[in-house]
Write a protein that binds this ligand. Structure first.
Ligand code: FMN
Length: 337
């Protein structure tokens, strides 16, 4: 897989961490970048700047120490508000602006934002033109294949995007109506790739190096966006990169490395969010990391009742100590992923 240009920036391996609200916060973005993602995108930020003062929004903004190039996703349904939000984010340090027309979350769709916008192609055009005109940095767009299966207008939207000066397009192989059900399909992404000359990133259900290769071949896409498969497995990026480069499957990380990554991740979450919120947010990540390991279910039930940072770290250490013990006695599996 070769490098992909987005304006003046290069995604060296074509692999992007898909934006996920509530997941791709700064600690997770840093971790994924370190473990092989070529680009990471912030959680979406509302274009309603009157809401930016909430603690939640402030934490979602980009921060010093965010890996470069810093891509910030904005969501909203009003062209001028989105243009202003894009400008404000660039002033805050965004180097790429990504527009969310792919998210089916109700909260966003109630305001006719996210993938709900796909229904109104004139509005799509107005928004894209306004945002591109508002900033000097590359503007990228994330879409689904269409509104619903009878209205798969992803191709039309892609052409509108290219005309409007969008620098790269990510396409999730589901329609808005599909939500997350069924399987992503890649034919529409292939058709879009054929029809435009800007870089196209394929997205949806890519959860292994083999699947990554399959999707790249099936779509002809320039690169991939990986979302859920990176939860609890941030090293998936280096696994895909290695496989694409060498044709060999990288061995799953040793338990010791998983423990080190998880403890670093915990510490970063605690530091970023503060103790109370950090402890809460850490729970889901820990659950994802340990999901495939024996004893994880019982551990989680206990872990989710802990409410201080020290106890969380100590319990994770104990969990791994138990795993090493049972490995030494030949009782259990050692692989993490
Ligand atoms: C918890 C969660 C939050 C998400 N939040 C966003 C978001 O803020 N913006 C967006 O464009 N897509 C969002 N998505 C969609 C993902 O970026 C991605 O398109 C989708 O999960 C399909 O890719 P995957 O199969 O690799 O997960 C979210 C998905 C999940 C699971």
């Amino acid at each position: 897989m070769s490098a992909v240009r987005i304006g003046p920036y290069t995604v060296h391996n074509g692999l992007i961490l898909a934006p996920m609200a509530g997941v791709t916060d700064q600690p997770f973005r840093q971790l994924c970048r370190r473990l092989g993602a070529g680009l990471v995108v912030s959680e979406m930020v509302t274009s309603d700047m009157s809401l930016w003062n909430s603690r939640k929004s402030r934490l979602r903004m980009i921060h010093e120490g965010d890996p470069e190039p810093r891509s910030v996703q904005i969501a909203g349904g009003d062209a001028q508000m989105l243009a202003q939000a894009a400008r404000a984010n660039v002033e805050l340090g965004a180097q790429i602006i990504d527009i969310n027309m792919g998210c089916p979350a109700k909260k966003v769709c109630n305001k006719a934002a996210g993938s709900a916008l796909l229904k109104d192609e004139a509005l799509v055009e107005e928004i894209l033109q306004a945002v591109v005109a508002a900033v000097d940095v590359p503007v990228t767009l994330k879409i689904r294949t269409g509104w619903d299966r009878d209205n798969k207008n992803g191709l039309t939207v892609a052409k509108i995007a290219e005309q409007a000066g969008i620098s790269a397009l990510a396409v999730h192989g589901r329609t808005r109506a599909d939500l997350y059900t069924g399987e992503a399909e890649y034919d529409t992404i292939a058709a879009i790739k054929q029809a435009v000359s800007m870089p196209v990133f394929a997205n949806g259900d890519i959860d292994s190096p083999e699947k990554a290769r399959h999707v790249l071949h099936a779509t002809g896409a320039d690169g991939l966006l990986i979302g859920r498969a990176a939860q609890g497995r941030p090293w998936i990026f280096r696994e895909i990169e290695h496989f694409m480069r060498t044709g060999q499957i990288l061995p799953a990380p040793q338990l010791l490395e998983v423990e080190r990554i998880l403890l670093e991740h915990l510490a970063a979450l605690h530091a970023f969010y503060g103790d109370v919120m950090g402890v809460r947010i850490a729970r889901k990540h820990v659950g994802w990391y340990l999901a495939t390991l024996p004893g994880a279910k019982e551990f989680r039930a206990h872990f989710n009742r802990l409410d201080d940072t020290e106890a969380q770290c100590a319990n994770v250490r104990e969990f791994f100590a138990e795993r090493y013990k049972s490995l030494a006695t030949g009782d259990g599996e050692g692989v993490a992923a």
